[in-house]
Design a protein around this ligand. Structure first.
Ligand code: FMN
Length: 166
């Protein structure tokens, strides 16, 4: 197989299609689509999400130091596209879409209840990598729809019809 040099951007694939939800210091809820993200520690369990500083969500996460990562089902494709292309600066996107919100148990940020798995995180560090600031989130609590769990509390991810946005 002959190789050629290819473009460098976004070359780790597949990228996840996540929704990161957050709450401003004024209590305002918001969420944005995030693909620059991944697991980054097994023990203690941590994830990282990349947020561009110009996003309305950015100061919310920066100031509160908490966020929720929501795994997105295929059924929310349209809403995902909206949350990833409209800003909370202009409207309350979650209210507009009629998405159900719950409160985090451990962190003061909203859970997107239409998503089957919600991961509450507190920021332990962040790194400005370039276009994005990567927020390292220690997992404080994970909520999953009960039909996804086995007797030991493990999530059967194969039961989730995860969104493939692109
Ligand atoms: C598939 C997809 C992936 C995205 N990934 C990211 C990302 O990783 N980080 C980011 O800051 N914005 C990402 N965005 C863009 C934001 O979701 C988008 O700018 C959103 O409108 C920001 O909302 P906000 O201003 O309310 O925070 C992505 C958008 C889409 C459609």
């Amino acid at each position: 197989m002959k190789k050629q040099v290819a473009n460098f951007t976004s070359c780790l694939q597949p990228m996840p299609d996540l929704l990161v939800s957050c709450r401003g210091t004024n209590g305002e809820n918001n969420a944005l689509a995030v693909a620059y993200a991944g697991n980054c520690s097994f023990d203690p369990p941590m994830v990282m999400v990349g947020i561009v500083p110009s996003r309305y969500s950015y100061p919310m996460v920066k100031e509160t130091g908490v966020f929720v990562v929501n795994l997105v089902p295929q059924a929310l494709k349209e809403q995902y596209g909206y949350l990833g292309s409209h800003s909370g600066r202009d409207e309350n996107k979650l209210e507009k879409l009629g998405l159900k919100i719950g409160d985090g148990e451990k962190v003061n940020a909203p859970l997107l209840l239409d998503c089957p798995v919600n991961i509450e995180c507190s920021v332990v560090d962040s790194i400005k990598t370039g276009s994005h600031e990567m927020f390292i989130g220690k997992i404080e609590c994970v909520h999953a729809n009960e039909e996804l769990l086995d007797a030991d509390g493990n999530i059967d991810y194969s039961k989730i019809d995860l969104l493939k946005f692109r």
